[in-house]
Design a protein around this ligand. Structure first.
Ligand SMILES: [Zn+2]
Length: 118
């Protein structure tokens, strides 16, 4: 079980990561907008722009997903439920939290969850 000091450190890591992702998402939105507003109006150029936007969109989606996980983790810290597996209520190992501070499941439950997702 993570102690108060460890949780504080992990919270700090989450807050830093959250700020970075928020900045990235805003940055990629701006670059997509600037691409859309650029001079290329004919269909061929637009297709190229779309494919770039598509790639950026995938990256942005992944980041939005991670951002949501980070926000969930911060809420769990507030509620004092951080570091507890959502599936089995066991403590999540500190090593796992250090590797992935927004982890919701302990290692065995994560494995079960991943199998179910496939
Ligand atoms: Zn578990």
């Amino acid at each position: 079980m993570a102690n108060a000091k460890q949780i504080e450190e992990l919270k700090e890591a989450l807050v830093v990561r959250k700020a970075l992702i928020t900045k990235n998402i805003e940055g990629s939105r701006e670059s997509i907008d600037s691409l859309k507003n650029s001079e290329c109006k004919d269909d061929y150029d637009f297709a190229e722009v779309s494919s770039d936007s598509f790639k950026e969109g995938i990256i942005a989606n992944q980041q939005i997903k991670e951002l949501k996980e980070i926000e969930d983790a911060l809420k769990r810290i507030e509620k004092g439920k951080y570091g507890i597996c959502e599936m089995c209520d066991e403590s999540i190992a500190i090593g796992r939290l250090r590797a992935k501070p927004f982890a919701k499941f302990c290692t065995p439950c994560r494995e079960i969850y991943e199998v179910e997702q496939q």
